[in-house]
Design a protein around this ligand. Sequence first.
Ligand SMILES: [Fe+2]
Length: 374
Amino acid sequence: MKIQYSKGKVPRQAHVAIPEGLYEEEHGRQGFFGPATQFYHLHPPTDWKRIEGPLRPRAFATYELIPTDRNDPRGEPVKLLYNNDVALFVSRRTEPMPFCFRNGDGDEIHFIHRGRGVLQSDFGPLPYQEGDYIVIPKGTNYRVVPETRDNFTLIIQSRGPIGFPDRAGVGHYAPFDYDVIETPDPAPVTEQRAEWELRVRRRGEYTSVFYDFCPLDVVGWKGTHSVFKLNVKDFRPLMSEGIHLPPSAHGTFQAEGFVVCTFAPRPLEGDPQALRVPWYHRNIDYDEVFFVHSGEFTLSRRSGTTPAGVLSLNPQGLHHGPQPGVWENSVKNWRKDARLEFVAINIDTEEPLLMTPEAQAVEIEGYADLWAKK
Ligand SMILES: [Fe+2]
C-alpha cells in the first residue's frame, strides 16, 4: 500500500472538476497499474517549443505502404515497428497464399481493417470480415484466402502466448462475453496439387517443406489452444457517467510485454464536471501505438482529425494528450448526449519500439508539432 500525498491546488477527485486554467497530467508507472501522481500544470505539457533528440510523437500513413504480398502472391507483410516482445506488420494480400505458412516466431493477432475472406488452418476454416481480431497460436499452419481485393490486415506478432487481461471487478461478461469468441470446425483441405509448400518462419528466416498433400489435413482436434476470432462490434465498452476511465478499462488481449485495447463507440461521460477528453499523460513505462480503424479520431484533436489508417506512436518518456484548446472546448461545448463513434485499437508495449526503414518512409512530417499551441 502506497501513501497518497496531496499538495497545493488539486481537485478533490482526480479527472473531475479540474480547477479552471489548470492542466491535469498523469505521471504513472506500469501504465495505469503502478504508482501514479496527478500534476496540475499552468501550461499543457505538450506545448513544446521544439524537440531535439530521437524521441517524438510519430504517425505513419499506413495506406502508403506497399507490402510485397500486395502484388505478389508469394510476397509477405511489411514490418513497421518491433521490439523483443512484439512486432507490427501490415499485409495487403490480394491473392490467396499459394503456400501454407507457419510462424515459428510467435503468436499472431490479425486485425482485419479492410477486406474479407477465409483463414484456413489446422483447426479448420474461419471466415473473417472487417473488425475481426483473429488469434493464431505460434506454430499453427495456415493460409490466408482473401475474397476481396482491397485488403488491409494489421498483424501483431507476439513472442509470448496471447491471453486476456484480468477482469477483476467487472466479472466474466464485460467488455465482451467470452461466448462471442468463434473457433473453427475441422475441415481438411483436399485440393490435389503436384506439391504443397509449407513455409516456416523462424528467427525471420524461411524454410520450405514440401508435401504431395495439403498439410491442412486435420479431421479432428481437442485441446487448450486454437485459432479464434472476435469482432470489435461485440465490444460493450466499460464507461462511467462520472469519470473518464483509463485505456486499460478497454483491455482486450495481453501477452508478455504488451497489451491490446479496443476503443469502441460509447457515450461520453454524462457528469458535466467529469473530464471528457484524455488527460495529459507521461507514460514512462510504455510506448503507446494507436491505430484508427473506422470513423475519425477527434477526441484529442482541436481541428482536423486522425483518419482511419493512421498509426501513431507516442514513445515512453515524452508527454501526450489533447491538443491545446480541446480540453477547454470539451467544457464549453458540453452536450448531454454526446457520443464517440470511432473504433481504434491501442497497443501499449513495455520495451521501446524500433522503426523499420519502411515505417520511416511513410512517417507523417510535422506530427509532433500538432500537439503544441503554435
Ligand atoms: Fe497515454
